[in-house]
Design a protein around this ligand. Sequence first.
Ligand code: OAD
Length: 252
Amino acid sequence: MTSDLKSLNRTEAILSAKEIISTHRAIVVLTGAGISAESGVPTFRGKDGYWKNYKAEELATPAAFESDPQLVWEWYDIRRRKLLNVKPNPAHYAIAELEKKSDDFTLITQNVDGLHLIAGSKTALEIHGNIWRVRCTYCGIKEENTQTHFEGLPRCTSCGGLLRPDIVWFGEALPEEVLTEVYNSLNRCDVLIIVGTSGIVQPAASFAYTAKNNGSKVIEVNIEETYLSDISDVKVLGKAGEVLPKIVGGMD
Ligand code: OAD
């Protein structure tokens, strides 16, 4: 069945995805930067993946922040400023719609842009944090912070310590309570829909394997083949904002 489904054209793949989703109960959706690409948020890899010749892996690290916090904040400030003018796209809305139609639904996102919640998703397990939250490197306090165009480095209002984005950087552990919820959902789901992720960054890259090993179907939506394509039962090649509304539409 798996290999037959993989060779489907896009229309057939959409129909197969629809069929799988409507005949299974527990749904998990995992999203990556690709879902926000049509909103105008740059992805991390591919042609958009560089800023001043740096890769995300060189800036989103505790070591980079320690050696040059100004540079790292400058990068995040640019990403924040881009987000100010950005709105969810039809893919985000389709996922919020699917949640409404499902009895058992979990959304896991690697994105820090907050667009799923703006689109109406009730909850999103934001495994990499949120760009609009900061954390004090000294006292650990976390707070929402929507400031842009920083003059100098942002400081904690309680203790004056240096603030950092409340984002999980390379080499850092994901929040344990979020991971527990993630694995609970992956252990009981019977459909995992993966949207717009290259499947390179762990642990998210292994979530499809966890679900698959537990007997779940895996549906992938991406504009190109990824490391996760081989284990996907259905691969829908196309832009998330075009494909997801078709998969979710008319499914009551
Ligand atoms: P990547 O930038 O690695 O991958 C984006 C994926 O989206 C690629 O597979 C693209 O083919 C696909 N894509 C692009 N446009 C699309 C569209 N319109 N519709 C569907 N797919 C599309 O992003 P992630 O896999 O999310 O971590 O990267 C994972 C993590 O690496 C990020 O969360 C970030 C980064 O370092 C942190 O910030 C901590």
